[in-house]
Ligand binder design. Structure first.
Ligand SMILES: *Cc1c(COP(=O)(O)O)cnc(C)c1O
Length: 395
């Protein structure tokens, strides 16, 4: 791309962003570079690249051209100074946390983070004598108070998985910075199409690229974008700890991201229509979707997000037993522990977002067992509603 990056719409960046540097022999598509190492005839040049004073690649655990294109595309979409990747979303999240947390440090977060992230906070970080404070997700004053009592890392996620609660990124980022904390935001649910955490004040935006960024449920990946100094530190941690994104996965993520804007538009519209349909259904007792005017934080969603996203969750009359009866009746949905794909995907938290957490742990986190998480795909909305209508009829 020869134009200045800030002149291009995200819809254009998803298609073109970050690709030109590595196009090979007039190819129009990015190559999958499987080579583990990169050879140099000139030892001085080799040394310059190793020291980072010249651009280039040395060894595949550290950097790779295909992986670099994926990182550059996300960097442009998040409006970040830098981006670095990891083998999975959890690798990106755990590497980011471990880079900046050590014995005696303190992290503040919320109770509703993704199940795996929540396990890092409750099971692993305390064994390293990291002080972990997890506050009720909707208690912004409580979060500010916990941050005010000392904070090295403020870790946020919005909307949350699976109850779709929102955090006020502008307000909480400001509180984090007053305390001198690094502010991280898991932007997986919203995607850079619907929400820009860095523009709202955060230092780092993190993704499970496995979900919406890739969008086709065929590649695992993670990415962190934000302040160059912080991303550089996370890269140094990741290259040594070794959770590197595979070049083939990077290619699949790049290919998926070319349609990110189209998919998010359609998935957001489908989720909104499904949420409205469910809200009016007699067997449904509650629907969580930030785009509904009944959502307690709808006003915040309107301020902070450009679209309300493809994710929702709902409860049915009769709890988990009722879920077990109607879920198998859906024909146009994978019952699987994934989200953000082109196919509609559903499941209860016990087998999806919070599979790593025990039943009592889920209860303590306020995750109802009878909830259904619904990730809207890109199918025609009429077919999705007909399918739900048929399945819910068994209740
Ligand atoms: C899936 C998910 C993760 C973890 O990503 P993996 O790629 O499965 O490691 C983190 N955060 C959120 C919000 C997720 O949905």
């Amino acid at each position: 791309m020869s134009q200045p990056e800030n002149e291009l719409d995200p819809a254009t960046v998803t298609v073109w962003g970050g690709e030109d540097r590595y196009l090979l022999d007039r190819a129009t598509q990015v190559p999958v570079v499987h080579s583990v190492a990169f050879g140099y005839e000139d030892v001085e040049e080799w040394q310059a690249v190793a020291l980072g004073t010249e651009d280039g690649h040395i060894y595949g655990r550290n950097t790779n051209p295909t992986v670099a294109v994926f990182e550059e595309k996300v960097r442009l979409l998040e409006g970040a100074e830098a981006a670095t990747s990891a083998s999975t979303g959890m690798a990106a999240i755990s590497n980011a946390l471990h880079t900046f947390l050590a014995p005696g440090k303190r992290v503040v977060s919320v109770k509703d983070t993704y199940g795996g992230t929540s396990e890092i906070f409750t099971r692993f970080l305390p064994t390293y004598d990291v002080d972990v404070a997890l506050v009720d997700t909707t208690d912004f004053e409580g979060i500010e108070a916990a941050v005010g009592a000392g904070c090295d890392v403020l870790y946020l996620e919005t909307p949350t998985n699976p109850t779709l609660k929102l955090l006020d990124l502008e307000r909480l980022s400001a509180a984090g910075h007053r305390a001198g904390a690094i502010v991280m935001v898991d932007n997986t649910f919203a995607t850079p199409i619907n929400q820009s955490p860095l523009a709202l004040g955060a230092d780092l935006a993190l993704h499970s690229a496995t979900k919406f960024l890739g969008g086709h449920a065929d590649a695992l990946g993670g990415v962190v974008a934000g302040r160059a100094d912080l991303v550089g530190e996370i890269f140094k941690y990741r290259e040594i700890n070794g959770a590197t994104l595979h070049p083939m996965a990077a290619y699949l993520l790049i290919r998926g991201m070319k349609t990110l804007h189209l998919r998010i538009e359609r998935q957001s519209a489908n989720a909104a229509a499904v949420a409205e349909y469910l809200e009016a259904h007699p067997a449904v007792t509650g629907v969580n979707y930030p785009g509904l005017t009944s959502h307690p934080q709808h006003e915040l969603a309107t301020r902070q997000m450009r679209g309300f996203g493809g994710m929702l969750s709902f409860s049915v009359d009769g709890g988990l037993d009722a879920v077990k009866r109607f879920l198998p009746k859906l024909e146009l949905a994978h019952r699987a522990a994934n989200l953000g794909s082109v196919e509609t995907t559903v499941g209860p938290p016990a087998t999806t977002s919070h599979v790593e957490v025990s039943e009592s742990g889920r209860a303590a986190l306020g995750i109802p067992e009878g909830l259904v998480r619904y990730s809207a795909g890109i199918e025609h909305i009429d077919d999705l509603i007909t399918d739900l209508d048929r399945a819910l009829a068994v209740l």
